[in-house]
Design a protein around this ligand. Structure first.
Ligand code: NAD
Ligand code: SER
Length: 326
């Protein structure tokens, strides 16, 4: 991996992978692309950036050729809650966007990282310690696109020899870029509201368990799986990876260790609750550990401490900027 192109680079995951890869490879060797350019403007201005719709494969090929790209991180997609509002768009973006990337990769011999998700599982999947290889009958359109995407990436590997790889991420928690409309977004927002208001109204029931991961681990997983020795990979796309499993009530308890008066209340959103109910409580990630040495570094306690520290600093800086501008 020497010259990388990232699609969906200004989103929650893309903005962090972009920062880390630009740190490792150098700014000009990491080309960012997204359909928008009005967020994360520091990333847009710092190095090569192109605004276009990923469903336009022609432009992707042109940029990849110009920058002599060897690896694509394909992150442009609709997340679960947004996808449920417009299933046709979700199908179009999540699958036709992926096909464009895979076709360019086939023609130009590029490696491709595509994330799948806990959303690729459904109510018939074993709920606890969900195995790597198991029943996948998701009931959300997001999940349908994720399973199809996993299969498509496997197909391009065995049919055309494209070096496709990926992981099934759990909910990702971070403090740089807000999440883009998923079912696990509550687990990020809760930290912002704890600092700003000391209370949070949660859209999932208090005892809803889901797998989660802190962003530094997620970024490392994305880089380590692409660096792994291909001879050791029995799986390729859709490795289960996880770091922790908790429910809102438990997360609130950990926040109270640092903000004792923090309060949580519940106003359940039936759509997101039903998506969450269809997903596993906790994943088993043995294949990733054995095949490429995956190991998370953060648990709920260390993540909570780090999130509250980092967010307090960021929100304080933002307040000063806001006051300065007045
Ligand atoms: P996000 O919504 O934060 O970012 C997606 C980015 O794609 C946005 O910047 C958006 O502007 C861009 N985009 C949307 N439509 C586009 C188009 N037509 N052409 C080009 N760009 C377009 O999402 P994210 O959380 O960063 O997710 C990235 C990937 O990781 C997705 O495949 C998602 O399914 C997967 N994933 C994320 C999580 C999570 O918790 N964030 C968990 C599991 C899997
Ligand atoms: N965090 C993502 C979502 O909720 C999981 O893929 O959509």
């Amino acid at each position: 991996m020497k010259r990388v192109l990232i699609t969906g680079a200004l989103g929650q995951l893309g903005s962090e992978i972009a920062l880390e890869l630009r740190r490792i490879l150098g700014v000009n060797k990491v080309v960012l692309t997204d359909i928008r350019d009005d967020v994360n403007t520091a990333l847009v201005e710092e190095g090569p950036f192109y605004r276009f719709d990923i469903r336009d494969g022609g432009q992707l090929a042109e940029i990849a050729r110009e920058h002599r790209i060897d690896t694509v991180y394909h992150l442009a997609a609709l997340l679960s809650a947004t996808a449920e509002k417009d299933p046709r768009l979700a199908w179009d973006l999540n699958l036709n966007g992926l096909v464009q990337v895979l076709e360019v990769a086939r023609e130009m011999e590029l490696a491709v990282f595509t994330p799948s998700s806990i959303g690729a599982f459904g109510p018939a999947t074993p709920k606890n310690w969900t195995p790597q290889d198991t029943l996948q009958r998701p009931t959300s359109i997001y999940g349908v696109t994720k399973v199809a995407g996993e299969l498509l990436c496997d197909y391009y590997h065995h049919r055309y020899g494209v070096d496709t790889r990926g992981v099934r991420y759990p909910g990702l928690i971070s403090n740089r870029t807000p999440p883009g409309g998923g079912t696990t977004d509550y687990a990020v927002d809760i930290y912002y509201q704890a600092i700003l208001r000391g209370r949070y109204r949660c859209f999932l029931k208090g005892d809803t368990y889901l797998d989660m991961m802190y962003m530094p681990d997620a970024v490392r997983a994305a880089i380590e799986v692409m660096d792994a020795d291909p001879a050791l990979l029995r799986h390729r796309n859709a490795f289960n990876v996880t770091a922790m499993s908790f429910c809102p009530e438990e997360q609130a308890g950990y926040i109270r260790r640092y903000i004792p008066d923090f309060e949580i209340e519940y106003e359940v959103d039936p759509v997101r609750q039903s998506i969450a109910n269809s997903w596993p409580n906790s994943l088993e990630d043995y294949a990733a550990r054995v095949e490429w040495g995956w190991k998370p570094r953060y648990d709920l306690d260390t993540m909570t401490r780090d999130m509250l520290d980092a967010l307090s600093r960021r929100l304080e800086e933002a307040r000063y900027v806001w006051l300065d501008e007045r």
